[in-house]
Ligand binder design. Structure first.
Ligand SMILES: [Zn+2]
Length: 343
């Protein structure tokens, strides 16, 4: 019996533990195309399969953290589809000089290709590997270079709360700061550059502490967040009483942008990409209340749940495209696109 269960389990793909037909697209509440504000695409050949899923799920324009080497080719292969967020050369990641030098070069190179948003990935693991947090003088000087060129900012600060603490991934004995201490450097950065848009990835890393996030949003009118990181967001919402979370999304309806955090890679197929969009659709648009089809190693007792927020259509319009049009295309790029609709 045990063996049989194991066999059955191993045959279940991690993106589809419930056997959903992801090609059967659920009916959407609104007809506007969605802007995905947070993805990681790569070369056009690999990105094409991701776009099949994006097309099927009504995704229009896409903001990506593609490597510099892929920017020109992506733009040529998919004209008008992508906007590019400046990132360092992650293969160089380390405490050495090379990483910084190359990053400085890339800030200029991305800028020359039209990028006006720069991402600072400063989760605890990244801090440790590069030997710098946002307060580090080297990092401060990179920020200054980007600011002077005219960049707006994006950050990944924090990580799921469950990863912090003794015996966890971010153990204080390994020199990691606590979950709450992560945000002190973010507040300092927000204070320092109030005249630039600042996009906080993954609900600003604060989904599990919405009261604190509310205070940050109230204090810093230039701070906005994206909804990306499907497993984390879905788990973080399902673990809390639903009504206060729903109220948070309605109250902050002008400050939250849709993002998937989909990463393009050789090992992924249509169903993997589609699973994220399918789950996001259920999360924001419906009252779905049950198990999530996406496997989640951090879920309590190993069973991931998905509790839909059933947001009103007017809020979905903002989450899906109006906020990105206003903040990213308008304030960051200085051009506002016309909303696009599903054919
Ligand atoms: Zn990401």
């Amino acid at each position: 019996m045990t063996e049989q269960v194991n066999v059955a389990k191993s045959a279940v793909p991690p993106h589809n533990r419930l056997g959903i037909n992801y090609r059967d697209i659920p009916r959407r509440k609104i007809s506007s195309l969605i802007i995905d504000a947070h993805t990681h695409t790569r070369d056009p050949a690999l990105t094409r399969e991701f776009l099949r899923a994006a097309d099927a799920y009504g995704i229009g324009k896409i903001w990506t953290m593609a490597p510099l080497e892929d920017v020109d080719a992506l733009r040529e292969a998919f004209p008008g589809r992508f906007e590019f967020i400046a990132i360092p050369k992650w293969q160089n990641l380390g405490p050495g000089e090379d990483f910084i030098k190359e990053w400085r070069r890339r800030i200029d190179a991305f800028y020359a290709r039209g990028s006006r948003l720069i991402k600072f990935h400063n989760a605890p693991g990244t801090q440790k590997r590069m030997g710098m947090n946002l307060d580090h003088p080297e990092m401060q000087s990179i920020m200054r270079q980007a600011y002077e060129l005219g960049y707006h900012f994006m950050t990944h600060v924090g990580d799921p709360k469950a990863w912090f603490g003794p015996g966890k991934k971010y153990d204080p004995k390994d020199g990691h700061k606590s979950y709450l201490e992560q945000f002190e450097m973010l507040d300092r950065m927000l204070e320092k550059y109030p005249d630039r848009v600042h996009l906080g990835a993954h609900i600003g890393g604060s989904l599990e502490e919405l009261d604190l996030l509310q205070r940050r949003l109230d204090r810093f009118p230039h701070y906005i967040v994206d909804s990306s990181a499907t497993k984390w967001i879905v788990r973080g919402i399902a673990e809390q009483p639903l009504e206060p979370v729903r109220e948070f999304f309605i109250r902050n309806q002008d400050r939250i942008l849709f993002g998937s955090d989909l990463v393009v890679g050789e090992k992924y197929d249509f169903d993997h990409y589609a699973s994220r969009y399918w789950v996001h659709l259920q999360q924001w648009e419906t009252s779905y209340h049950g198990e999530s089809p996406i496997d989640d190693p951090d879920a309590a007792n190993g069973v991931p749940y998905l509790h839909g927020l059933n947001l009103p259509a007017a809020v979905l319009e903002k989450l899906y495209h109006i906020n990105a049009e206003k903040w990213l295309f308008g304030k960051v790029l200085g051009k506002a696109p016309q909303p696009e609709s599903l054919a």
